[in-house]
Design a binder for this molecule. Structure first.
Ligand code: SF4
Ligand code: MSK
Length: 683
């Protein structure tokens, strides 16, 4: 049954996207928002109650007690469907990691044109961790051995994935006791696919245990390798200033947009767009230059390292083409909508697929080969330049382009808190212990056209800042915050509570830290482990006053991320509909949902919960943080104790408020402009 068609304002809070949706409507171009309005989700599938794992089905169960033809129960089918989402998400992240290792190996052997080993210090550190000899050896020799070692972890059959040893001891012990310590990255994905085949694992809890092991192989394996190897090849991210939203497209320049997840080709495109010959060629076709910008996590990869501007997050890929200003959209893997092929036909834009894994109807396929990467990147740029003359009407919404400061790698956070010689997480732990910071939250994940774009990300982030929670972000969530100015140090501080502001001002960091792409959620695991190692706030991640949220998730990768964060000890809250819980329309069962909340909390100290209402997400986050603070016997959170002395906001209070009353104005319940602006999203 078709739903009501939403207005652009109901579909997104981003004025630039609202404007482009009006244009799409005038041009009769269908977007994901239109299709979300047209296609009501199947209530049985939405609850994870449809099984099509064999041709006796598909079996659609509708109530507790129903069984599939093979006898599978509601719980078995829900757990199996969930586990398969984890396996697909883990496979996507881990294959991304594998491709980077292959590039590292090629670079080490002088076979990857244009790539180099940029961060030798990180290479040596990781090689030592892997037991690889570093003394008296060239960086290429070390990198070659490290690449071989990492490749072996994908196919490893027994033992433990080395990086799991970065987790606190207590956590590793839990994984061993539960039999979920991942043995090899690929092995666990295959294990989950195998055990969810018809006639295999039929006990929901046992299926979920397999999913946990697979997810851990992603977070502490494939994703962590992707992050580490990207740092070796392209450098460890550090804060830089860039711009975000559709307005980064330039009317008088050749616009090339990269989209997907991998940094490999996009890093070469950064170099190619700076080539003097190609810039000259762009001038010769009447353009002022070449403008490179990104979407989704490919964007995050080159944003956090090279400061390349971002067009925006997941739901901006279609409207970017509708500007008519994009000469080439070059895509690699993951989160690329098939509709791009059709939309690009309305314009002069050439959609170019580059991964051997991805072809799209309507796109030109030019397969990427890292051995000739720079030449290929130059060829792609040349094609875009030659396409400039075919441009027709262009509309770029300029008014809402924001500046942002991304690039907070865990190494940089460590450095920011102590400097090169005494980097440590002590100031962060101390601030939490004293109650200046109530806790830490990671807001991650996608956009979903069934939610008003960005509204949940933004609302929850602002509410947590008000409550003195330090926020770290990755993926499309980080891009959402960037679009509304929350990743600028000063501007975001307006929303921060007094203690959080005090900490951020002392450390020189904004209250929301952009930590990178989806695979960089592994950086969050590292930060949590380092906080535990620093001491004073518990011996395990599960003891920290910390919560993870994915308010607008849509991808299977998000499910894998949520599961490995849960198994690492975190309370994880997803927005939107639960894929394992009975809804009002279909009365399934709450058994699997309860396993993920109560069962996982008892076993792993973390839990995974699906919550619809953003206020409820905030309430549950704060409640969990306070519960953990209490268990650690930390000072009770009291915002009135902090942030007043030296608070520059005191001087921003309206002039008619006497100086003596300014504190009361700010802290005495009179709403500040920032607090008033935090309006609840449309449901
Ligand atoms: Fe139906 Fe069982 Fe086949 Fe699933 S595996 S489709 S429940 S018969
Ligand atoms: S890109 S997985 S929509 S975060 Fe990483 Fe965004 Fe989600 Fe894709």
């Amino acid at each position: 049954m078709a739903k009501k068609k939403r207005t652009p304002q109901e579909r997104t809070i981003d004025p630039a996207v609202q404007k482009m949706l009006e244009i799409a409507e005038q041009m009769a171009i269908s977007t994901a928002f239109d299709r979300a309005d047209m296609l009501a989700p199947c209530p049985i599938g939405a609850d994870g109650l449809c099984c099509k794992n064999c041709s006796m089905g598909p079996c659609r169960l509708v109530k507790e007690g129903d069984r599939g033809i093979c006898g599978a129960t509601v719980s078995t089918i829900q757990a199996r469907n969930f586990a398969r989402m984890v396996a697909a998400g883990a496979a996507a992240h881990s294959d991304h990691g594998r491709d980077l290792v292959l590039t590292l190996k090629a670079a080490a052997n002088g076979e990857a044109q244009g790539y180099e080993i940029r961060d030798v210090a990180k290479l040596v550190k990781l090689a030592k961790e892997a037991g690889i000899e570093t003394n008296g050896r060239t960086k290429e020799e070390i990198a070659n051995d490290l690449a071989d070692y990492y490749l072996s972890l994908f196919g490893q059959q027994e033992g433990e994935i080395l990086m799991t040893h970065r987790a606190p001891e207590v956590r590793q012990k839990i994984w061993r006791e539960q039999g979920v310590m991942p043995r090899g990255i690929d092995r666990e994905v295959v294990d989950t696919l195998h055990r969810t085949h018809i006639g295999d694992d039929q006990e929901a809890w046992h299926i979920l245990q397999g999913a946990v092991r697979t997810a851990l192989g992603d977070g502490w394996g494939g994703s962590m390798i992707a992050t580490d190897v990207s740092d070796i090849l392209f450098g460890i991210p550090a804060p830089n200033v860039s711009k975000i939203n559709l307005g980064v497209l330039q009317e008088d320049m050749v616009n090339i947009v990269v989209h997907g997840h991998e940094p490999t080709l996009s890093a070469m495109l950064v170099a190619a767009t700076q080539d003097p010959e190609l810039i000259e060629l762009a001038h010769s076709v009447g353009a002022k230059g070449i403008n490179l910008a990104g979407i989704c996590c490919t964007s995050n990869e080159i944003l956090v390292r090279q400061g390349i501007p971002s067009v925006g997050n997941f739901l901006q890929q279609e409207v970017a083409l509708i500007t008519g200003a994009v000469e080439a959209m070059i895509v690699d893997v993951q989160c690329i909508m098939q509709s791009l092929g059709e939309i690009s036909q309305h314009f002069h834009t050439e959609l170019i697929t580059t991964s051997p894994k991805v072809k799209i109807e309507g796109a030109t396929h030019l397969e990427f080969d890292e051995h000739h990467a720079l030449d290929q990147a130059k060829e792609l740029v040349r094609r875009a330049i030659e396409n400039f003359k075919n441009r027709k009407q262009v509309y770029i919404p300029k008014e809402v382009t924001e500046e942002l400061v991304p690039g907070f790698s865990h190494e940089y956070i460590d450095y920011a808190m102590g400097g090169t010689y005494r980097g440590s997480f002590r100031p962060l732990n101390d601030a939490i212990a004293a109650g200046r910071l109530r806790g830490v939250a990671a807001i991650v994940g996608c956009n979903n056209p069934r939610t008003q774009q960005d509204s949940y990300h933004l609302y929850i982030a602002k509410k947590l800042l008000e409550n003195d929670v330090l926020v770290v972000e990755t993926g499309c969530s980080a891009l959402a915050s960037g679009k509304y100015g929350l990743l600028q140090g000063e501007a975001a501080m307006e929303y921060a509570g007094p203690g959080l502001r005090e900490v951020c001002e002392a450390l020189g960091i904004p209250p929301i830290l952009h930590m990178g792409s989806c695979v960089d959620n592994s950086r969050i695991l590292t930060v949590l482990s380092q906080m535990v190692a620093e001491g004073g706030i518990g011996d395990d991640i599960s003891e920290l006053p910390a919560v993870g949220l994915a308010p607008e998730w849509m991808s299977e990768k998000a499910i894998s991320i949520g599961t490995y964060c849960m198994a690492s000890g975190a309370y994880v809250i997803f927005g939107g509909h639960s894929p394992v819980r009975g809804s009002a329309k279909v009365s399934g069962s709450d058994k699997v949902a309860r396993m993920m909340i109560e069962g996982w909390e008892e076993t792993y100290g973390g839990k995974l919960e699906f919550v619809d209402d953003p206020d409820e997400m905030v309430r549950k986050t704060l409640e969990h943080i306070d519960k953990k603070r209490k268990a650690l016997k930390l000072a009770e959170y009291d915002p009135s104790k902090f942030g007043r002395s030296g608070d520059r906001r005191i001087y921003q209070v309206p002039v008619d408020v006497p100086l003596a009353e300014r504190e009361a104005y700010l802290y005495g319940g009179v709403p500040t402009e920032a607090a008033e602006a935090t309006t609840k999203p449309a449901s």
